[in-house]
Design a protein around this ligand. Structure first.
Ligand code: ADP
Length: 429
């Protein structure tokens, strides 16, 4: 604003000086060509009544004629003419701020006499114009500053406030307080960042709750068999106990320890999966040997519950998987089929190869799973009918481990189930 103001004034003054010089040069030319009394009168008359004045003087400094003879101020400039070099047209006074006139000097010479034309321009109108310009620029400056302040305030509200809110929110998150509420901003990058932080907070909150719930359930699951074990161990240590009772108590202690062992094994697997330190070592092995081993492992418990295991498999073929992990998967499914079936029912184990994949199905005629819970049974600690699971020794971890193991093989698992009819778990690996 300041430089623009100055440049406009300089340009305006340049124009004033040029106009003054052009007028003076005009008068000088006329005088040089046609020097007479009437020419002088004519020149003086031309400038009379305007805000310009003219003095025609000889080279000794005597005034020949003036457009405003009653104005003593004009004469004050005459000594300036006599000083210095006055051979060419020039601006004699340029200080429009402090001087009442700006002036130009034009030397002339003809056969009769040599002298000067002195042109004056009142600085009143110039100063009025400068003041007006300054006022307009001042107003424009004030308006600009006001607009900048308004824009600054708006921008700081729109940009900085959400950033400050986000900073506060992330600090809260780092302190473990996940209860953050960031207002909706917009769809742009800032808005996306804000909703990402919000999502992160929700996810952290969910994980925290899940972890707490997990720990609560796990400690409960661990403490229940331990209570049995310590309780029965104390009773078993009594001297007055019969041998048959002792055998019974030791059997309970053994069963509970096995369950505890299984739970801890599953937990370790889950921890490994979470840490990504879990690996599957795939290799080729024969289906018949695999099935033989499975049968040997599950048969005693199946017999105990009077369940029939019906294996359906073609002649031996090769399976490509981690044999121990696949065994773990199938045993888990067969164990569930055993737990959630009534006595004297049948459990089917079907296994065959298709297009480079092995399909293993475990089909039971047990209790079944409600259709709205089928999707949930693979979640950690999810159990259909909590009390039922406990009765049958479940902790809700088995299927989540099974699913992770299958996924680690790059395979899938599907479930179809009907309440009261039975369930089928189909593994493709
Ligand atoms: P659990 O250790 O409780 O058996 P799982 O993760 O193996 O845990 O199974 C989750 C839940 O799914 C079980 O609590 C049970 O209610 C249900 N479930 C699993 N397999 C079967 C099945 N074959 N028949 C009926 N319900 C089943």
């Amino acid at each position: 604003m300041f430089y623009l103001h100055r440049n406009i004034i300089y340009a305006q003054m340049d124009e004033e000086f040029s106009r003054l010089l052009a007028n003076g040069a005009n008068h000088r030319d006329v005088l040089q060509e046609n020097y007479s009394e009437s020419t002088i009168k004519h020149i003086v008359l031309m400038e009379n009544g305007s805000d310009r004045e003219v003095i025609i003087m000889n080279s000794e400094g005597n005034i020949i004629s003036s457009s405003d003879e009653s104005n003593p101020i004009l004469e004050r400039y005459i000594p300036l003419v006599m000083k210095g070099n006055s051979e060419n047209d020039k601006i004699l006074v340029s200080d429009y701020k402090n001087s009442p006139y700006i002036a130009s000097l034009h030397p002339f010479q003809n056969s009769e006499l040599s002298g000067y034309v002195l042109m004056f321009q009142s600085t009143k109108s110039i100063n009025a114009m400068v003041n007006e310009l300054t006022l307009h620029f001042g107003i424009a400056g004030v308006i600009s500053v006001a607009i900048i302040l308004i824009v600054y305030t708006i921008l700081s509200k729109v940009l900085t406030r959400p950033l400050i809110n986000m900073k506060v929110a992330t600090e809260k998150l780092s302190r473990g307080d996940f209860n953050v509420a960031l207002p909706y901003i917009s769809k742009d990058e800032l808005g996306q960042l804000s909703s990402s932080i919000q999502k992160l907070a929700k996810e952290l909150e969910r994980l925290k709750n899940e972890r707490n719930e997990f720990l609560a359930v796990i400690s409960h699951e661990l403490s229940t068999p331990l209570t049995y074990i310590t309780g029965y161990a104390k009773v078993a240590m009594r001297k007055d106990i019969k041998e048959i009772e002792l055998e019974q108590y030791l059997k309970i202690i053994n069963e509970e320890s096995e369950q505890l062992k299984e739970l801890v094994k599953n937990l370790l697997d889950l921890a490994k999966i979470d840490e990504n330190s879990f690996t599957v070592a795939k290799e080729y092995f024969w289906s018949d040997q695999f099935l033989k081993r499975i049968k040997k492992l599950v048969e005693p418990s199946y017999k105990l519950k009077n369940l029939k295991l019906k294996i359906k498999a073609p002649d031996k073929f090769q399976i490509y998987a981690d044999p121990l992990r696949l065994q773990q998967i199938v045993l888990n499914l067969l164990d569930n089929a055993l737990k959630y079936s009534n006595e004297y029912t049948e459990v089917g184990l079907e296994i065959y190869n298709t297009d480079n994949r092995t399909v293993i199905s475990v089909i039971d005629k047990g209790f079944g799973i409600p259709s709205d819970e089928i999707e949930l049974i693979f979640e950690r600690l999810y159990r259909v009918e909590k009390s039922r699971s406990r009765t049958y020794g479940g902790s809700g971890i088995g299927l989540s481990v099974v699913k992770e193991l299958i996924e680690a093989h790059g395979g899938t698992i599907e479930v179809t189930s009907e309440l009261g009819i039975g369930s089928t778990f189909k593994v493709m690996i």
